[in-house]
Design a protein around this ligand. Sequence first.
Ligand code: DLL
Length: 435
Amino acid sequence: MKKFWNEKFETMPPEKMRKHQLTCLKETLERVNEKIPFYRDVFEKSGVKPADLKSLDDISKFPFTVKNDLRDNYPFGLCTVPMSELVRIHASSGTTGKPITGPYTADDMQQWGECMARAMWAQTVRPDDIAQNAYGMGLFTGGLGFLLGFERVGCAVVPSGSGQTEKQILLMEDFGTTVIGCTPTYALTIAERASQLGKDLPNFPLRAGLFGAEPWSLEMKQKIESRMGIAAHEHYGLTELMGPGVGFTCEAGTLHLNEDHVLAEVIDPETEEPLPLGEKGELVFTSLQRQAMPMIRYRTRDITRLKRITCACGREFLSMEKVTGRSDDMMIVSGVNVFPSQIESVLMEFEEIEPQYVIHLFKKGYLDAISVDTEARAEYYEKGQGFLDQLASRVSAKIQSVVGIKVPVKIVASKEIPRSVGKARRILDEREESK
Ligand code: DLL
């Protein structure tokens, strides 16, 4: 059995990869400049033209693209091809305004399937697997992106979609599902329902989970692994780039980027200056092969660092640290920057706490303040309110020691926090109401 899905690209030495990236980048810049008035205008305003790109580092001379540019050019203003060449259009819902469109040509679909198959192969998915695809099927890129990858690898896909949790468990048991794909929070929802139904997931044939689409801490990963009795693998991606398929963890647990398809940079979100490898900042991507809607220096708002390591898996692809949060999820509380992922890591350390939480963000005078609601594991409620209050203050003290500020914690009733079938909504922004 082959070790890599695409050995040539996955193990390409960095120097050779850079040459490949440069060729693709030049071609992409020329194409967007010729076909898309938006790019032509912003390049002109910044005083650059595609011919100025002599080396990969010259990308820093080009302007960024941000979500609002996609909204302003909604729905197809950033497309380089006529509508007749599109074969699929996805969209991300977002929380405000119009969606972000993700159009694909037939070639883009090929590329997407290739990127997904590489990831799945690295994550031990093989043709004899029965793969339950519990990502949302529809406009969201998760479901249909995973379908494409599973089919490319050649496994039997069960397109269950998200939701109908009891049905998911029944299918897993009856079909002998070996691999599941869904968001990490949905995995927890499934595990919880299974245990309520008296079903012992670790004794099912299920052995691997392909999780992504939202931040999740390492502690949450361990919880999922033990509750489901599986190895959890990670997928990273975004609608603007192709959906899932941008980054994936290998057998050694490193998150690699499909570097022949995306050029990654990390910038300081304040100064917008590129940061050296290893420094933490905002991830910026440029599409290298995308036909329908290539992105130039797209600011993801995701916070991470990039690293060039020698990975035990043999892949040469650049690696990226787990995304700990989005800059727009960062809360500033009493002058301290707080990410939901920090709170999550603390909560998950407590054996008594159920991996469910929401953060209330509200106004206290002129300042932003937060409080956390979480649940105890079912059996601890029997110990009475005194125990729960004491547990809440222990959690609060631990958060203070990690984050540096006092955050009130409340242990709410069991199952009070809404369970998610897709991406969890962790922050409840109540600042308008509390003014
Ligand atoms: O979430 C694509 C996807 C589907 C990725 C399935 C993985 C699996 P969007 O809905 O456009 O696309 O959301 C993209 O989700 O900018 C990150 O903030 C977040 N995100 C995605 N994967 C991860 C991850 C899909 N593994 C946005 N860790 C991205 C942390 C993630 N955040």
